[in-house]
Design a protein around this ligand. Sequence first.
Ligand SMILES: NC(=O)C1=CN([C@@H]2O[C@H](COP(=O)(O)OP(=O)(O)OC[C@H]3O[C@@H](n4cnc5c(N)ncnc54)[C@H](O)[C@@H]3O)[C@@H](O)[C@H]2O)C=CC1
Ligand SMILES: O=C(CO)COP(=O)(O)O
Length: 345
Amino acid sequence: MNSYQVTILGAGSWGTALATVLNKNGHNVKLWMRNEDQKENILKNRVNHAYLPDVLLSEKICPETNIKKALKNAEVIIIAIPTQQIREVLRENKSLFPENALIINVSKGIEKNTYFTISQIIKEELGSYDFCVVSGPSHAEEVAMKLPTTLVAASSRRILAEKAQNMLMNEYLRVYTNPDVTGVELAGALKNVIAFGAGVIDGIGYGDNAKAALMTRGITEMARLGSVMGSSLNTFAGLSGIGDLIVTCTSMHSRNRRAGILVGQGKSMNEALEEVGMVVEGVSTAQAVYELGKKYQIDLPITSAIYQVLYENKNVEEAVLHLMTRSKKNEMEEIVEYRPVEWDV
Ligand SMILES: NC(=O)C1=CN([C@@H]2O[C@H](COP(=O)(O)OP(=O)(O)OC[C@H]3O[C@@H](n4cnc5c(N)ncnc54)[C@H](O)[C@@H]3O)[C@@H](O)[C@H]2O)C=CC1
Ligand SMILES: O=C(CO)COP(=O)(O)O
């Protein structure tokens, strides 16, 4: 297997967990972070205390705070920074990205104000790069413990999706490929909004029936937006769609679900975010998805309800009552066009 010089931008839980995978798979890994204390701590104790306190990091994983040094000679660059911060990091460091590097995005969100997916942000800030998005049901805590996990690597070019697949795959991490970049990006971002809602349902105590309804109608809503934005229904039925929705709506590892539980229990959004203490992508993505629904003139009732709870102080009971008493619908009326997405090359 080829061994690559890999730089991971963002040393939170996911960036760190992927560093363990890539190191185990024989790649040379640099992990870039902004915080000098975090770096010193990793060098001294081989642990990323704030994010993955129970995981011992190999001495071969190199923590780095100097982004110039981190990106020098990088063959593969993994972006694991919260979505709303990606643009500024790319813009400030544009000249440091080696031209022929493969950029793999593993973050899951949509940019506020522009409603851009992360590949669109990268294209606008860096221009044309070899690109791949890796997503799927994969809590960092479990990947770092080497528990069996699956992912999907999507690129418009088969060879790049297969490169990411080969780099990441091992006996506890199984990676599929997919040509539907937009679908995989949207699915990974949209499921965070629904997972936040699932947490709210849990927090308020509405029970398992309500949560199953939210997840089922949630994936329909995700696919509805995905379809008008050019992605394939199959993607939403796959690992980055229903797969990630299931894990995020049901796992106590999920930051989105945990924040939702706190809001369902009566905490304000800011109190919930502070208590979770890590990025809760669904909160900002809810705003972007709400606006995308208006832009494409499609009905996104669950996202709209979550948006209203988050940004318009709508009472949760009222939001759920509104969802339950909307006009009657026929489940079969949902027209989500089946659209195959092919590799460009
Ligand atoms: N944690 C998980 O299990 C998974 C997370 N993801 C996605 O990966 C992305 C990162 O998530 P986590 O690692 O969980 O977040 P986290 O909250 O654990 O860590 C985020 C890291 O980004 C750093 N950061 C924040 N702003 C930055 C900036 N301007 N420049 C550089 N670094 C900055 C923080 O200091 C922190 O180290 C998110 O989009 C998340 O949805 C995807 C799959 C699994
Ligand atoms: O995307 C994830 C798991 O696949 C992580 O979800 P949270 O950000 O909700 O923890």
